[in-house]
Design a protein. Structure first.
Length: 131
């Protein structure tokens, strides 16, 4: 697998499309950080790290509206890829849907949202957009 972040986002997209409640994803430190950001911003219901085997897995519980069964995540879009990296400075921080969505940025201080990176005045690699 050449792009584990794209694989992670695709697994989430496929589970949302199939209306699954829980999706299992192979774990890595970057995927754990992205999962924590999605949970803190209310895009997923819950998550659990399971240590089984050498790599482990992340169990992600997807969040649906109880009345009309619409998922909290409308779109997951990979921005930077291994062949074409996209970087941004803190002055040119992307705004996703005019501030309603989030961009996940990998910075020198760790993985964080675009709002947190702009607040700390640091730039980095734009991993994905979530809204």
């Amino acid at each position: 697998m050449t792009d584990p972040i794209a694989d992670y986002l695709t697994r989430l997209r496929n589970a949302i499309g199939a209306k699954h409640r829980v999706v299992d994803v192979p774990a890595s430190n970057l995927k754990k950080e992205i999962t924590k950001i999605l949970f803190e911003n209310g895009y997923i219901l819950n998550y659990k790290f399971v240590e089984d085997g050498p790599q482990g897995t992340i169990k992600v519980a997807l969040k649906y509206d109880p009345i009309n069964k619409v998922n909290a995540i409308k779109k997951l879009q990979r921005i930077s890829s291994p062949g074409m990296r996209k970087y941004t400075g803190y002055k040119d921080m992307p705004r996703v849907i005019n501030g309603l969505g989030i961009a996940i940025i990998s910075t020198s201080k760790g993985v964080m949202t675009n709002k947190k990176a702009a607040e700390l005045k640091i730039g980095g690699e734009v991993l994905c957009y979530v809204y």
